[in-house]
Design a protein around this ligand. Structure first.
Ligand SMILES: *[C@@H]1O[C@H](CO)[C@@H](O)[C@H](O)[C@H]1NC(C)=O
Ligand SMILES: *[C@@H]1O[C@H](CO)[C@@H](O)[C@H](O)[C@H]1NC(C)=O
Ligand SMILES: *[C@@H]1O[C@H](CO)[C@@H](O)[C@H](O)[C@H]1NC(C)=O
Ligand SMILES: *[C@@H]1O[C@H](CO)[C@@H](O)[C@H](O)[C@H]1NC(C)=O
Ligand SMILES: *[C@@H]1O[C@H](CO)[C@@H](O)[C@H](O)[C@H]1NC(C)=O
Ligand SMILES: *[C@@H]1O[C@H](CO)[C@@H](O)[C@H](O)[C@H]1NC(C)=O
Ligand SMILES: *[C@@H]1O[C@H](CO)[C@@H](O)[C@H](O)[C@H]1NC(C)=O
Ligand SMILES: *[C@@H]1O[C@H](CO)[C@@H](O)[C@H](O)[C@H]1NC(C)=O
Ligand SMILES: *[C@@H]1O[C@H](CO)[C@@H](O)[C@H](O)[C@H]1NC(C)=O
Ligand SMILES: *[C@@H]1O[C@H](CO)[C@@H](O)[C@H](O)[C@H]1NC(C)=O
Length: 816
């Protein structure tokens, strides 16, 4: 690994570096000021737009009655409460949202039972135009004329309710009433406890809930305190009735006890607030106990100083974002907003639950909401490695600690529960990617290696939630047979094609790690297995659309244990044919969330072989063009990301740049609907962030594809070395006519490779790209392309090689 880093020439052009590293264009706006947390809050983005710290456990936001995966949505749905933990962008069920609170100005005629309790009675419209959101702060006014502002610390949400001088409800005096409900967004509560302390209005409670895309249950605890008004009355409620009782238990039994069967919670009513008609509600959260929830709140927000907490959240975000400096070069603000909001969303999850893990206490960091690694390995984790290596380091340690205590790396995990695996064991990729990019502090690489080898070798009893299925076939046949018979473990026997190509790439990254750690025979073994994707490639398969042949031959196809081919229409599960036919259900098919057309391009470590297999560079480029132009590619799913950049392997980096502008801003932009699919914990955000900075990772390898940044220049300060790397466009135009690299210089020296390595960011330097309005010869030669496994040029059977160690090799060049 370090070999590679040393190959990067030291930064010599410090003058340029300094000038652009500090570039500001006089407006004084920094990245923070451009973030719009509301992007992706409709159109299926499922983004959580509320208040959070970077990777914070507390995430305060409104919860709507409607499509509420992230709690809130920018649509007309009514709001039933504000809750304190969320996941952002999930495509699973709504996640978390435990213990929502809800405020009313008073109860009509002074009758406590005339206040509204159950969700469907109390939910209230928002007043359009009252929402103000920025990192660490959210503000909304409901039709009740009650304004709710919110902010957070790591484990505590803080709300500031401003009540109207005169309640809008008839016959109602200003006696604010705030309730809490023992529920969560997906309404899964199976047991719960609540205790009310009428002397000061404190309410504590707990509940048992289900994760949104996984198995098992988890317990969650809260501690709610108020400030700003004298308590008048307090108690518990159930269904639509309130009582002055001070505790309540919902125990599991024969009767269904979900929140819709039995809505329940606590309430407090106040005298008129002392100042500005405002009441603060502080909600400490914990996964350990009510006492810990209270301790978290008291430690983090001892003084109920709302504005100071907002300011602290703002500075936490500024510190994260300020590692990037952009010189926009007069691009419109909407591009800056799209970009910075993408960076912001990449840092919402995974969430730091250190000290809040009920399952073990090891002293290691504990992150949760790896939701899911299938989505996040491609660009979220590589982006965190680049922008926040310290956090990425803690996340890797946390993944390994999960392995240590549960026996397996997760592919998906939320709310302390195992989540569903969508394809391969993709933590393998995250781990190798981190290793190759010098993420190292406190990481036990021997343990990491043991963990990834276990994924590759040992089948878990339930491979729907960890590891891989069909490993016996994988080892003996070299593919996952369609309708495989598996006596080692149980899982959903679908996705034989997509699992095969993912397992192959998982093994490829294990091979890279084996090599780096000196396990030579393993290296050869996994390198050989990484070629298994070819075993499901049917050379004579063609693809037509409504009877018209697309003109391309050779696709992945289902294949049975006996070697016989099955058939899945190559466009099936694309937007052109039965788009939603391939999800994670028993009736799913042989690919996951996408068609054979898409998966046939998935061999990220073996691109030279793939290009040759598909008929050589020219045919490959035609096929890739067809993928992007026919409507078959849905860019709102993470597996599409890499498809923009495969042109680099065929010597056409200019076409990758073209594709980047095809999708940004038409599908990734600064509107509330500006994400084409689920954000999946910030995956779409990390994609747009990378692409607009002018490079994109091939996750699991020390490879970034170069395209021109969408800004005049981009500088990134590395958190491990303190060095700054700058990519600067020459001849930049904000109308994006000049998007083709004509020539490049790395620290003043001509640079012809169309890809970068992480050493550039660790060591700092300046990459200068001279742009023009048409494709040039830059980066087009075989030896300019990124490394790849590939056949030897003499076509021998001993065809597989990988030589990341020597950057001067024309990797895989021979076969093209
Ligand atoms: C508020 O905006 C939503 C769309 O975001 C719309 O459906 C609703 O009708 C609007 N409400 C009012 C009162 O204008
Ligand atoms: C919040 O947690 C992060 C780690 O995720 C830590 O760096 C930060 O200092 C914490 N903030 C406060 C105010 O404790
Ligand atoms: C308001 O109070 C008046 C007088 O007590 C009563 O007649 C009326 O029904 C009340 N209205 C509502 C909406 O409760
Ligand atoms: C409720 O309290 C009982 C003890 O009184 C405890 O056994 C149970 O685990 C609690 N339930 C939850 C969800 O915290
Ligand atoms: C740069 O200047 C433009 C035009 O004055 C302005 O809209 C933009 O916000 C400024 N900031 C950056 C970082 O480009
Ligand atoms: C890689 O990481 C190690 C340990 O953190 C550090 O000593 C070394 O300088 C790093 N290498 C580079 C090139 O930054
Ligand atoms: C192979 O297995 C498939 C699926 O069970 C079956 O349809 C096919 O007839 C078999 N082919 C041969 C040659 O046995
Ligand atoms: C195929 O034909 C059907 C029926 O005419 C039509 O609805 C569909 O849009 C066509 N699909 C494509 C991709 O052209
Ligand atoms: C923004 O992106 C969305 C979703 O991808 C798309 O539907 C919309 O047309 C785009 N809007 C603009 C102005 O490009
Ligand atoms: C083909 O090239 C490889 C790598 O240079 C070499 O090891 C092998 O012996 C060559 N085979 C033939 C038949 O020349």
């Amino acid at each position: 690994m370090n070999l590679l880093i040393r190959k990067i020439a030291p930064a010599v052009v410090w003058g340029i570096l300094v000038k652009h590293a500090v570039a500001q264009n006089g407006t004084g706006r920094s990245g923070y000021d451009y973030v719009d947390p509301l992007i992706g809050t409709t159109n299926g983005g499922h983004v959580f737009p509320g208040a959070t710290l970077p990777f914070g456990m507390a995430k305060a936001g409104p919860d709507i009655y409607g499509e509420n995966q992230g709690g809130f949505a920018s649509d007309g749905s009514p709001i039933y409460g504000f809750s304190h933990m969320h996941d952002s962008g999930t495509g699973g069920s709504p996640s978390l949202g435990n213990f929502p609170i809800f405020a009313q100005s008073g109860c009509p005629n002074g009758d406590i039972n005339a206040c509204k309790y159950v969700l469907w009675e109390r939910m209230t419209d928002r007043i359009n135009g009252t929402i103000h959101a920025r990192p660490g702060y959210f503000d909304i006014t409901l039709a009740s004329n009650i304004r709710t502002e919110m902010t957070v610390t790591n484990h505590t949400a803080l709300y500031r309710f401003t009540f109207p001088a005169t309640p809008i409800t008839p016959n109602t005096t200003s006696n604010p009433h705030i309730l809490v409900e023992l529920t969560d967004l997906p309404q899964t509560r199976s047991e719960g406890n609540i205790t009310v302390y009428p002397s000061n209005g404190r309410i504590t409670g707990s509940g048992r809930f289900s994760p949104s895309f996984g198995i098992g249950t988890y317990q969650s605890y809260f501690c709610l305190d108020f400030n700003g008004a004298t308590v008048k009355d307090a108690g518990v409620w159930s269904n639509s009735r309130a009582a002055r009782a001070t505790s309540f238990k919902i125990v599991p039994g024969d009767v269904r006890q979900t929140p819709s069967d039995r809505p329940a919670g606590g309430w407090v009513q106040f005298e008129q607030p002392k100042e500005n008609n405002q009441i603060l509600a502080r909600v400490g959260m914990s996964f350990i106990s009510e006492a810990q929830a209270c301790a978290n709140a008291e430690r983090e927000i001892p003084r109920n100083n709302f504005d100071a907490i907002v300011a602290a959240a703002e500075s936490a975000w500024r510190a994260k974002l300020d590692v990037i400096t952009i010189d926009g070069g007069s691009v419109s603000d909407s591009f800056l907003t799209t970009f910075w909001s993408g960076v912001y969303r990449s840092m919402i999850s995974p969430q730091d639950y250190t000290g809040e893990n009920p399952n073990w206490n090891s002293g290691e960091p504990y992150y949760d909401s790896f939701y899911c690694i299938w989505d996040s390995f491609r660009s979220i984790h590589p982006l965190l490695t680049l922008l926040d290596p310290q956090s990425q380091t803690l996340m890797i340690r946390s993944l390994l600690d999960i392995y240590r205590h549960e026996g397996w790396l997760p592919d998906c995990r939320m709310s302390h529960c195992k989540g569903f695996t969508q394809g391969g064991s993709n933590a393998d990729i995250v781990i190798t990617d981190a290793y190759l990019k010098n993420i190292s502090e406190g990481i036990d690489w021997n343990l990491a290696y043991e963990a990834v080898v276990k994924d590759a070798e040992e089948e878990p009893p339930n491979w729907d939630v960890e590891g891989r299925g069909g490993l016996e076939s994988w080892k003996t046949l070299g593919y996952i047979p369609t309708e495989n018979i598996d006596v080692l473990g149980v899982g959903t026997e679908t996705r034989s094609i997509s699992r095969t190509v993912e397992y192959a790439y998982n093994d490829f990254t294990i091979a890279l790690l084996a090599r780096a750690l000196g396990h030579t025979s393993d290296y050869n073994k996994y390198l050989a297995r990484s070629g298994n994707w070819l075993n499901m490639f049917k050379p004579d398969q063609r693809s037509d659309i409504n009877g018209t042949d697309t003109g391309f031959q050779g696709f992945l196809q289902p294949r049975y244990t006996n070697g016989t081919w099955g058939y899945q229409d190559p466009i099936f599960c694309s937007p052109l044919l039965d788009f939603t036919g391939c999800y994670l259900n028993p009736s799913g098919r042989e690919t996951y969330e996408g068609p054979v057309w898409l998966y046939t391009f998935f061999a990220p470590g073996d691109m030279a072989t793939l290009i040759r297999t598909l008929g050589g560079r020219e045919t490959f480029v035609q096929r890739l063009n067809w993928l992007h132009e026919s409507g078959i590619l849905y860019v709102g799913d993470e597996q599409a990301f890499l498809k923009l950049f495969l042109y680099h392997y065929a010597g056409r980096p200019a076409l990758s740049a073209q594709r980047a502008h095809q999708y940004i801003p038409s599908l990734f932009n600064d509107t509330v609907s500006g994400i084409p699919g689920n954000d999946d914990s910030g995956a779409m955000g990390s994609f747009v962030a990378f692409v607009m900075m002018g490079f994109f990772p091939n996750a699991g390898q020390d490879v970034y594809f170069i395209i021109p940044p969408f800004f005049e220049s981009v500088s990134i300060k590395n958190g491990q070395t303190g060095k700054t790397a700058t990519i600067r466009n020459v001849n930049f135009d904000a109308g994006y006519k000049n998007i083709y690299i004509q020539s490049a210089k790395m620290n003043g020296v001509s640079y012809t490779r169309n890809w970068l390595q992480h050493g550039f960011f660790l060591e700092g330097g300046v990459l200068e790209l001279v742009l023009g309005d048409s494709e040039s010869a830059w980066g087009t030669r075989v030896e300019d392309g990124p490394p790849s496994l590939g056949p030897y040029s003499n076509g021998t059977a001993a065809r597989r090689r990988w030589d990341m160690g020597s950057v001067d090799l024309g990797f895989g060049a021979g076969g093209l």
